[in-house]
Design a protein around this ligand. Structure first.
Ligand code: AMP
Ligand code: MG
Length: 425
């Protein structure tokens, strides 16, 4: 997770941060506290695409399985090629892809061969058809100089040797991977079960889309952004809807979610307001690990366990939900899925074209729009208002501008560190 570490220096505002965790500390603790899911099953190749391999794959065959031609042309013995001038070769027959030539071949003879055609016994080189002169009777070809032994031939086992490990457990299978597995004749592989994630929103003010809003109510948008994030990570999703701010209902929802899923995810109800029961409930029926992180947007986040399930209580504010998901839930789900090569979250340096305002003492993820201004050169601008509830600016953004605790104002024209999330969120 090297690329993920974002806090190079500790903050100088220690009195502000004394009981707060840094983002990197919080992430490290979470990664420490979650385990990969070890359940496996066998899946057909196409169903395994994008899934995580649960066992090393050893090739049962050589690839290519037989020595064959890389070109349309004429298979010859290198020893027969002329040292000077040209030489005429009688064409003994044709080796097609899938239909090898198996007849006898006399000394100084050639075999017409197609791309992928099996090299006839004793032949070791192929001369491209563009480089020969075919005699009028079509029975012989004339070949000149400039050829080398072994040219245009693909040797058996050149790509993969039988017994060689081609993919290791923990690999998330790509299109190329399943194509390669097919080339080995393998139709099935062992994969890990996807993490099961149950999630719900909390709040008396929440309404489902499609219903009219009464005074004081808002639409439940978090369930949609969380759904989108989970979908992108390709986990199994259990949507438990909206739960009202009543301790009994929240507890029942926690128990149901923990019984059905590996991960329980909630939004809202984690601040210290009177109707915020998430933390209390977690303390009552599970274990609370931490909940205060020096970041904006994002705090507070609750993390812990209910029985065997991992619990994330994300904030209610729509932007905070996405920021905390990306920083904490995303890497935890990567680890739980069994993926060993954690996809890098890259940061790039970019010149900000807008001035950035920030309070010291906390890490800030400001929403920005990153653009390439030249090869390897980037600029970034703030997408505007940075309130934790302003989902529109999240939707307009393609990156987070990372501002470390010590930073305050950044003037336009200065370089900042940026975390693009286009392909991740
Ligand atoms: P809370 O953590 O419950 O105090 O929520 C913080 C803010 O986020 C409040 O303004 C809530 O109305 C808002 N909020 C909470 N849950 C949601 C949700 N599911 N969709 C949209 N906004 C929400
Ligand atoms: Mg609430």
């Amino acid at each position: 997770m090297q690329n993920y570490d974002i806090e190079s220096q500790p903050s100088c505002n220690d009195e502000l941060n004394s009981d707060l965790l840094t983002v990197d500390e919080a992430r490290a603790r979470i990664l420490d506290a979650v385990n990969m899911i070890r359940d496996t099953h066998t899946a057909a190749l196409r169903d395994a695409l994008g899934q995580v391999l649960a066992a090393d794959v050893v090739s049962p065959i050589d690839v290519p399985a037989y020595t064959n031609s890389a070109m349309d042309g004429y298979a010859v013995r290198a020893a027969d090629l002329p040292g000077e001038g040209t030489r005429t070769f009688l064409v003994a027959g044709t080796s097609w892809a899938g239909r090898p030539y198996i007849g006898p071949i006399g000394p100084g003879e050639a075999v017409r061969i197609m791309t992928g055609g099996m090299m006839p016994e004793g032949m070791d080189s192929v001369v491209m058809q563009e480089q020969v002169e075919i005699d009028a009777d079509n029975n012989s070809v004339r070949i000149g100089t400039g050829h080398s032994a072994g040219q245009n031939v693909r040797a058996a086992g050149e790509d993969v040797e039988a017994g060689q490990t081609v993919l290791s457990a923990g690999r998330r299978l790509t299109a190329a991977d399943i194509g390669m597995l097919a080339s080995l004749g393998l139709g099935k592989v062992s994969i890990y079960r996807k993490p099961r994630v149950a999630f719900f929103s909390t709040g008396d003010e929440l309404r489902a889309v499609g219903e009219p809003l009464c005074p004081g109510e808002i639409y439940d948008s978090n369930r949609y952004s969380i759904y989108g994030l989970l979908k992108k990570q390709d986990v199994e999703i259990i949507d438990l809807g909206v739960v009202r701010d009543e301790p009994g209902l929240i507890e029942a929802a926690f128990r149901e979610a923990a019984a059905r899923a590996d991960v329980v995810l909630t939004s809202g109800g984690v601040s210290v307001g009177e109707a915020d029961f998430v933390k209390d409930t977690l303390e009552k029926i599970g274990t609370l690990s931490f909940w205060k992180i020096a970041m904006k947007p994002g705090r507070p986040v609750t993390f812990g366990h209910i029985d065997k399930a991992v619990f994330f209580g994300l904030p209610g504010n729509p932007v905070s939900v996405m920021v905390t998901y990306f920083q904490f839930v995303w890497p935890a789900l990567v680890k739980m899925s069994g993926e060993t090569a954690v996809p890098a979250v890259y940061t790039v340096r970019a010149v900000t074209t807008t001035a950035l305002k920030k309070r010291p003492g906390r890490y800030e993820f400001q929403r920005g729009y990153l653009q390439q201004t030249g090869p390897g050169e980037f600029s970034v601008r703030s997408v505007g208002a940075q309130g934790s509830g302003i989902l529109r600016s999240m939707s307009e953004a393609n990156c987070f501008i990372l501002l470390v605790p010590d930073q305050t104002r950044v003037e336009a024209g200065n370089e900042v560190l940026v975390q693009p999330f286009q392909n991740l969120l």
